[in-house]
Design a protein around this ligand. Structure first.
Ligand SMILES: C[S@@+](CC[C@H](N)C(=O)[O-])C[C@H]1O[C@@H](n2cnc3c(N)ncnc32)[C@H](O)[C@@H]1O
Length: 252
């Protein structure tokens, strides 16, 4: 700094933020287009970058979902996944009236600080698990994991995972970009396919029954079956994921 003038080493890169490889950085400060909030945060947090802090201006409602805690009505998959790897803080709201021309939405400034140590979980597995849990976040875990279609889908994935145990878990940004998309509504998932559904999926009724027992066993071994994902801490979810994995139930 000299006489009030300071010099920044600055490199201007013109490009799509989602397509462009960022150079090494320590601090990110950005007024981003709100349409890429979710994939950009995924790129920053689940890609290959190592940075100290990111301060982002986000749409107010998105920011509220990002900082939500278990039990809050806005708590969701985005918040759970981001909290697995970072601390998130709401710094301030910024009214749309503070901009010229005035946009349609209010904004909030949020600070995201990645944790130093990587989480003690395979991220691809965690992300697959939270997708299942938060797709129906207000149902009990017991109800979510009793659904026939879900059981068949998990059986398929678990068999594939067992076949591919030598593969490195995929946590590169390529597979990660869609992972923070918010949970949907509590979609209905019917239980109606009978034995013919098992056979159509390539499994015998006995195979499906045994796998269903394994899932139920994991849930019954804790008091978590009656809990709803929207009210669960990451520690509780992680505990359940480990129980599932120990029983050969895989989510990626
Ligand atoms: C919210 S405005 C912020 C503009 C500027 N940073 C400012 O503070 O006045 C977001 C800007 O990002 C640009 N943009 C939109 N999509 C983008 C993308 N995928 N990659 C990079 N920039 C993008 C828009 O054209 C717009 O100029």
């Amino acid at each position: 700094m000299t006489n009030g003038i300071f010099f920044l080493r600055c490199q201007v890169i013109q490009g799509d933020a989602m397509e462009t490889e960022f150079p090494k950085f320590d601090v990110c400060v950005a007024n981003i287009p709100y349409g890429i909030s979710s994939p950009l945060i995924a790129k920053l947090l689940f890609g290959t970058y190592h940075f100290r802090t990111a301060t982002l201006l986000l749409q107010k409602e998105f920011a509220r979902r990002l900082v939500a805690m278990p039990g809050d009505s806005e708590y969701n998959r985005l918040a759970a996944n981001v909290r697995m790897v970072a601390d998130v803080k709401l710094l301030m709201d910024v009214s749309k009236r503070d901009f010229v021309p005035m946009p349609r939405v209010d904004s909030s400034l949020v600070e995201i600080q990645p944790r130093g140590a990587p989480p003690e979980v395979d991220l691809a597995e965690w992300l697959g698990f939270t997708r299942e849990c938060f797709g129906q976040k207000n149902k009990t875990l017991g109800a979510i994991f009793k659904q026939k279609r879900k059981i068949l889908d998990l059986l398929k994935r678990s068999q594939r995972s067992e076949r591919c145990t030598s593969d490195a878990p995929g946590t590169g940004s390529g597979i990660i970009l869609g992972v923070l998309d918010d949970d949907g509504n509590d979609e209905a998932c019917s239980d109606e396919d009978g034995d013919s559904g098992d056979r159509a999926a390539g499994f015998s009724t006995e195979e499906v029954g045994a796998f269903k027992e394994r899932i139920a066993g994991a849930l019954e071994s804790t008091d978590l079956a009656g809990k709803r994902p929207s009210k669960m801490s990451n520690d509780e979810l992680l505990y359940l994921l480990r129980l599932f994995n120990e029983r050969g139930i895989w989510f990626q």
